[in-house]
Design a protein around this ligand. Structure first.
Ligand code: ZN
Length: 207
């Protein structure tokens, strides 16, 4: 596992003690008011009183920039910049809730982990070491089909979801439709990646 070097300093500073894991929780950022555009600062992690990592962050309306240094065991320190895009869902009682979009799989998550060079979701870090990646598109498509069933729409993913079932709130319908489309789209991105059709950079996969 690599470590993290010093990020840019600024007037906001926070320290979270986790169990040796370098993670960023979007709810934690929100609680401290760090999700507001224009806020920048550093996040650091400690283990038994020793600082184990520090990164610089910069908030924008729809994304967060991270900068830090990373080194592989025995290697040179290397500057890393990563952009994390946010995904917004409406709350039941007004306002929005922000999520991270994992830059590796595009899934909506609350926590990203800096296990290697980049911050990815837990699944992606597990997948790096596991063989479950093959199942991933299947699971996403199953999820999309399940939502389609609930909406009374064809299980065929190529049929667009157009009409809201009677007795369903518009908000619920909008959310479910978005989730089904997102899961379906993601499955295609992942399959494309597995087939080598999609390239990848620090901002996530692109066609
Ligand atoms: Zn991921």
């Amino acid at each position: 596992m690599g470590g993290f070097g010093s990020g840019r300093r600024s007037r906001y500073n926070s320290k979270a003690i986790t169990e040796g894991q370098h993670s960023i929780d979007v709810r934690w950022l929100k609680k401290r008011g760090y999700l507001r555009p224009g806020i920048s600062g550093t996040l650091s992690w400690s283990w038994r009183g020793e600082q184990t990592g520090i990164i610089g962050f910069r908030m924008e309306q729809d994304r967060m920039g991270l900068n830090y240094k990373h080194k592989k065991n025995g290697g040179e320190w290397e500057p890393v910049e990563q952009t994390i895009t946010f995904y917004q869902t409406p709350c039941n009682y007004g306002g929005h809730r922000k999520w991270f979009i994992c830059p590796h799989c595009w899934l909506r998550v609350a926590i990203l982990y800096g296990v290697g060079k980049y911050f990815f979701c837990r699944h992606c870090h597990d997948l790096t070491y596991g063989s479950q990646q093959e199942d991933w598109p299947d699971r996403l498509m199953r999820k999309a089909r399940k939502i389609r069933e609930r909406l009374g729409v064809s299980r065929d993913l190529s049929v667009p979801i157009l009409f809201k079932p009677k007795n369903m709130h518009q908000d619920t319908f909008d959310r479910l439709r978005k989730e089904a489309d997102f899961a379906d789209h993601l499955a295609i991105v992942i399959m494309g990646k597995q087939l080598g059709l999609i390239r990848h950079d620090k901002n996530g996969p692109f066609l």
